[in-house]
Design a protein. Structure first.
Length: 167
């Protein structure tokens, strides 16, 4: 059930990301909904389900952007594995940990995205991208993480996607 929800939810998130979120843009940064939903799911979700959520989110986001299909997937999968490793090392992921995940994860996602775009021929300045895109995006992502995290926890509990409920 939890995996089946990933397609409609992430398709809706991709549409919101490309239509509404650019209205909130400061400099080049805007809330990254796909990243936040995947991060929210990965904090308490099973790794197999989280990988599917990340893949679906990346493909949906790339289908509605100018980036080559699969560009977003790489950064999201890196974050999912990073969160899985972190989660195996700590007993509980608290609010401060979530803020840290948002900050570091946003930079990982944006740097990976920019490196891939540079590799396929787009002219991207990494330093400019970090200052004018990643930093404002970090601020937005911190603000949006709390409501998105609550939404994802609700969906996880209702769909059986919470790893603490599975044995």
């Amino acid at each position: 059930m939890a995996v089946a929800l990933s397609i409609p939810i992430m398709a809706l998130i991709a549409v919101l990301q490309t239509t509404i979120m650019p209205q909130f843009r400061i400099l080049g940064g805007e809330p990254d909904l796909a990243f936040l939903f995947v991060l929210g799911w990965s904090i308490h979700g099973r790794l197999d389900q989280t990988l599917i959520w990340a893949f679906v989110a990346g493909i949906c986001a790339d289908l509605l952007s100018a980036a080559p299909t699969g560009t977003s997937v790489v950064g999201l999968l890196l974050i999912v594995f990073w969160v899985a490793v972190l989660r195996s090392q700590v007993v509980r992921v608290g609010f401060i940990s979530i803020i840290g995940l948002v900050i570091i994860g946003t930079f990982i996602h944006k740097i990976t995205y920019m490196l891939i775009l540079t590799g396929v021929g787009f002219q991207v300045s990494i330093i400019t991208g970090l200052v004018y895109v990643a930093l404002p995006t970090v601020v937005y992502n911190i603000l949006f993480m709390v409501p998105i995290y609550r939404i994802m926890r609700f969906v996880q509990r209702r769909s059986g996607g919470d790893y603490t409920n599975t044995v």
